[in-house]
Ligand binder design. Sequence first.
Ligand code: MLT
Length: 409
Amino acid sequence: MIQVNDNFRHLPVSYLFSEVARRINAFKSEHPSTEVVRMDIGDVTRPLFPSVVKAMHEAVDELGSSSRFHGYGPEQGYPFLREAIAAHDYHGRGIDINPSDIFISDGAKSDLGNLGDVYSRDCKVAIMNPAYPVYVDDSVIDGRAGVFHDGRWSDILYLDCDPDNHFMPMLPTGRADVIFLCFPNNPTGEGISKRELKRWVDYAREKGNLIIYDSAYEAFVREDGIVRSIYEIEGAEEVAIEIRSFSKTAGFTGLRCGYTVVPSALKGRYANGEEVALRTLWNRRQTTKFNGASYISQRAAAAVYTPEGLEDVKRNTDYYMRNAEIIRDTFRKIGFRAYGGENSPYVWATSGDGRDSWELFTFFLENFGFSTTPGSGFGSKGEGYVRLTGFNSRENTEKGMSRLLERMK
Ligand code: MLT
């Protein structure tokens, strides 16, 4: 038998959302008459936009025609999509990003993990606590996390977030090489102001850090002054990689397409001191290990940037945001402290009475028939919280929340 990657031994047995699904399914099989309203994983429920569906049909016809068929595409993504992203998501907002620095992928989650190939195994990672579990789990698999003790990994620098700091992490006090930031934040739902994010960019420029900026939820930003892209901050192109996804913006959780920006100005060093652009390494990594996102998905993503597609993005995200507002207001009515839902589809709620996250998860599932994600799955600072998502239908969201209001009166 071969020896396997020992780092897996130290991971929780299952990925957070798999464990949540397992417990929901166990509950459903014991209570087949209860219709469980899912508010746990951030999976969308509204169908693909008509413009997206049309683009996919056309792409399929193209690939089915002997005169228009084509096989492998560029590993970095097709120019038509990279250019549409640059034009709309960056140039249209006054940000200068070169389409050749945009790499199309099958989604944010894969890129978050794959980027670990680019920076040294010895890099110390700093991660917000609570955070999307992928940052920590990837660091564990890659051997950057150390040993697990008392809810924390010894080699990860945790950036604790709680109501006392308005869920905004403090700048690191110890060594950090690679800093993961996510705004609008998953799970707390908080957005970040330009002034606050500038502190991070300035810090990273001074210390020579890399920021991996997850902005998968930027389309949900509603308030002026809340950042959508880290490149809104001067100098960020020298220190930051930005990761985005069409999953929540345009309903691509099943279709799969996202992108990562690795600006050419972002540099690192080999062990011998020689300087190299991270873009060069990422390009080398992608051309070696990835054959590009599917042509059909990329045509679908390009349709998101048509006038009809952009209107649908607004309509869709508004719909989910209204659900989040309903959830947040209901939780406040029953006496919970509830945050988020203003620039993000997530609501972060605590009873504040000492009940732990899995107890709350079970309480809502068993008594009201809706599911949440236990906050402790996002890190030790998530203990006592649950996360709810606005991604279900309005009808189901209202059903779940009215069950709660009626029975908690
Ligand atoms: C979440 O619920 O946090 C996300 O949907 C998970 C993901 O995007 O992988």
